[in-house]
Design a protein around this ligand. Sequence first.
Ligand code: ADP
Ligand code: MG
Length: 399
Amino acid sequence: MSAPPLILPDSVDGSTPATLGVLGGGQLGRMFVHAAQALGYATVVLDPDPASPAGRVSERHIRADYGDAAALAELAGCAQAITTEFENVPAQALAELARTRLVAPAAEAVAIAQDRLLEKAHFARCAAQSGVAPAPYMAIETEADLAAAPAALLPGILKTARLGYDGKGQARVNDCAGLAAAWQSMGRAPCVLEQLLPLALECSVIVARGRDGQVVSLPVQRNLHQGGILAMTEVYEENVPFSQAQQAQEATMVIANELRYVGVLCVEFFVLKDGALVVNEMAPRPHNSGHYSVDACDLSQFDLQVRTLAGLPLAPPRQHSAAVMLNLLGDLWLDAAGAPRSPPWPAVLALPGAHLHLYGKIEARRGRKMGHLTFTAASAGQARAQALRAARLLGMEGF
Ligand code: ADP
Ligand code: MG
């Protein structure tokens, strides 16, 4: 490793600021770029899309595929340290960059998070220490696995081991026939079958871990999903019962420590109707459920990502306002007939505590994440009340 462990923003050679690179140009990359720029860093984004949200705000944008060797060399040539915002970036690309540059998180950790089977095996190993296990599950990779699926895992959820997100690549199955049909419809790809659990609530924890092993955590986020996509995150005291919140935070630290993880890591949990805590999945990057931290905490998940990448000290983030975040999906830009329309932003922005974030995506599609709206307030009740008003103004249902 030739790169220095500490990358200060000032300058590398007396003429240009140090440059931080990111693989992936979506909204997470865009907010990483904003945080890096606030500290004075230059940024470079690698993403094939010329209109990518992060590419539009970065000093430099390399428009190429993640596996393009010349593009990776160009990225390594201009960035002192490189991170990722995109879970499915080939772990190989990170390994290639790590030959000459500081890369965080490491390819090995990203590869585990990309594969539900490796991920669950890691969680199961950590359970001995944390007391928090994944849902009962088995791997479905062959006909023999299918035939051996125990009745105890049904009804269950079949999830592709790789490339699933926002509820895509998964199917609920009630019986053996349904399981066989679902596996067929997934092209007989390697899958995980897990028991369908009775959820009381879903929550997530975001930690940042430095190269020296220091770990800091954001408060526990309570999450509501609709149609497999995060719809709302609520963060304030007692959003999740204290003992489960504390257990989730401790389990996330164990998961990060056991990976010797460097960077920002999000772990999702279920609290079951009987109060048991179950670990679901992890993302090796900032997470949609942490967007509130930009407006409600003195250090956001993106500030922490910059600090872990550059080797800067991590201070414990402090939440200064209760927060409720609503995800803004493309549906809001389309009427019932699918014709484009403009959401009523003036009315939304007139509400106290509104923080509107739009990602600069040109084309609105149903289910596409176009932005988010965070309400901050002195109390949980006020933040919730304003968020519900905004949801009504926007025609969002189900809260
Ligand atoms: P994704 O990568 O799509 O976010 P998840 O594993 O988080 O995949 O599943 C998406 C959602 O499906 C979860 O947030 C939860 O609402 C529901 N879900 C997933 N696994 C289970 C389970 N074992 N029991 C009950 N609900 C589940
Ligand atoms: Mg999930």
